[in-house]
Design a binder for this molecule. Structure first.
Ligand code: ZN
Length: 498
């Protein structure tokens, strides 16, 4: 009995999956190739398909099947498939349709207001839209239900299995240690020479070099492709079609190479999800933290390492023989790891990055819990930048309006960026213990031990486990900040002679 019901469930999930992936193709096209004149029609097409996905997924038949299967004697992966699908089913039915519509409109108005207000550096023009977003976000938390802080209901959308109390307890000492490390680095006389980095680099050279890096780490161009787009991102239509985009900045040599490696880290994860569960709930990531751990691991731990640059620098120099004639792998390694407190999160180095995230977490929890008003946000933001990063914020455009997230109602999202960093270092410590020659292998250009380890312990799990459980299963310990701090203090202590 449960076999035929399970087969029926898989049929229905396959339909939902296929329409969702078709939306992803349209989205990808919109960001990479669509002429601007196509925007209106594309918006209509995506809205129609989003409605269709919702209808297909929330039918009475789906609900009945899930209840019957939950009451049957399924075990193992099949049981997990039903439990996870039921979770999604309940979650997508907890919001009334009228609310979803209202929230969608407020988000779209919020994005529009943010875009104009940011361009004009006019926070008061953004304030009413943000107040509306926050009001609806609090309502959303009430509809979804939560224990403790309403922020928990929001965090759950991005990183299940983690509470705001847990994040607070991890972030507080983390911020203090990172702040201390930044202060010691700033006081060090050993700053790297990065003057050579700032010039116009021909995009073609960056692109050629990027392709060599992607191929070496195992990004399969038969199952993916790379296209130019204004913002780097990764999208998947199936585990055998996972695409990335890049933006080759002529003046930002390292950030463009590293952004490419970052997206490839996301892509390798998607390509390694459990094939036997294609077109079902289990063949996806359990949360954003674990996804981000994969991009950060490749971008930072591998891509900003000395062995990586010892291997790749000759190839980079071959693209720019004149400009790099006087440089060595050591120069590239030092420049790729320059630490400098700055205003903008997306351009931040490894040592300051989490501080940008902690600031946003503290402010958005205060906004949601009613301890901070939107009117006071710019002042609170600026004070925290002085406190955590020691810098003055000259304008709200580069201050509290720099990120798109709040304008689109993405509240509860930011912590996953820092959690991803923490997971990456904890996973790496275990990977390195299991593979003692890993750095020699990297230096010789052999990245296969890294990919196989991640495939086995992270990628193939999919949604059979939650993100924090994957880290714990792989490393034997619940997620913690210590491995990341050890990693930073060792690497930067050596680089800056602390
Ligand atoms: Zn990412």
């Amino acid at each position: 009995m449960s076999n035929s019901k399970l087969n029926r469930l898989r049929e229905l999930l396959a339909e939902v999956n296929d329409v969702g992936k078709a939306m992803a193709v349209l989205n990808w096209d919109q960001q990479c190739w669509m002429p601007s004149g196509g925007a209106r029609a594309r918006g209509e097409q995506l809205a129609t398909l989003a409605g269709l996905v919702h209808r297909l997924f929330t039918t009475e038949e789906m609900g009945g099947l899930l209840n019957d299967l939950l009451a049957s004697n399924l075990t193992g992966d099949e049981k997990r498939l039903v439990e996870e699908t039921k979770y999604d089913y309940d979650r997508s039915r907890c919001l009334p349709e009228s609310f979803v519509k209202e929230f969608t409109e407020a988000r779209s108005a919020g994005f529009d207001a943010w875009r104009h207000a940011r361009a004009a550096n006019d926070f008061p023009a953004f304030r009413p839209a943000l107040e509306r977003i926050l009001e609806l976000t609090r309502q959303k938390a009430e509809y979804c239900g939560y224990e403790g802080s309403p922020y928990n209901a929001l965090l759950e959308d991005y990183e299940r299995g983690v509470s705001s109390d847990h994040v607070r307890a991890v972030f507080k000492p983390l911020a203090q240690r990172q702040k201390d490390l930044v202060a010691r680095i700033m006081a060090s006389p050993n700053a790297p020479d990065v003057s050579w980095v700032h010039r116009n680099w021909v995009a073609e050279g960056c692109s050629n070099f990027g392709r060599k890096v992607l191929e070496a780490i195992g990004y399969d161009f038969n199952r993916g492709r790379r296209d130019p787009a204004p913002h780097p991102f990764c999208t998947d239509f199936d585990i055998d079609d996972v695409r990335i985009t890049t933006r080759h900045c002529e003046d930002l040599l390292f950030s463009s190479v590293m952004a490419e490696l970052h997206e490839a880290g996301h892509a390798l994860f998607e390509m390694g999800l459990p094939r036997e569960w294609r077109r079902t709930t289990l063949c996806s990531a359990p949360g954003l933290g674990i996804h981000e751990s994969q991009s950060r691991l490749w971008e930072n731990i591998v891509g900003r390492s000395r062995p990586f640059w010892r291997h790749f620098f000759p190839m980079l120099r071959a693209e720019f023989p004149t400009e790099m004639a006087h440089l060595t792998a050591e120069d590239a390694y030092a420049a790729a790891n320059e630490v400098r407190p700055s205003l903008i999160r997306v351009e931040a180095d490894e040592v300051t990055y989490n501080l940008h995230v902690v600031i946003r977490f503290e402010l958005e929890t205060a906004l949601i819990e009613g301890n901070l008003s939107v009117a006071d946000l710019p002042a609170a933001w600026n004070e925290k930048y002085r406190d955590y990063l020691g810098i003055d914020v000259p304008s709200d455009a580069d201050g509290c309006m720099q990120d798109v997230h709040w304008s689109e109602g993405l509240i509860g999202y930011f912590p996953t960026y820092a959690l991803g960093n923490l997971y990456s270092a904890q996973l790496w410590e275990k990977l390195e213990a299991d593979t003692p020659d890993v750095w020699q292998r990297v230096e010789s250009g052999d990245f296969s031990p890294i990919l196989s380890w991640l495939r086995e312990h992270v990628h193939r799990v999919g949604r059979r486990r939650l993100g924090p459980q994957i880290v714990e299963d792989a490393t034997g310990r619940a997620p913690e900040a210590e491995p990341y701090l050890r990693y930073l203090e060792k690497k930067y202590g050596e680089l800056y002679g602390l």
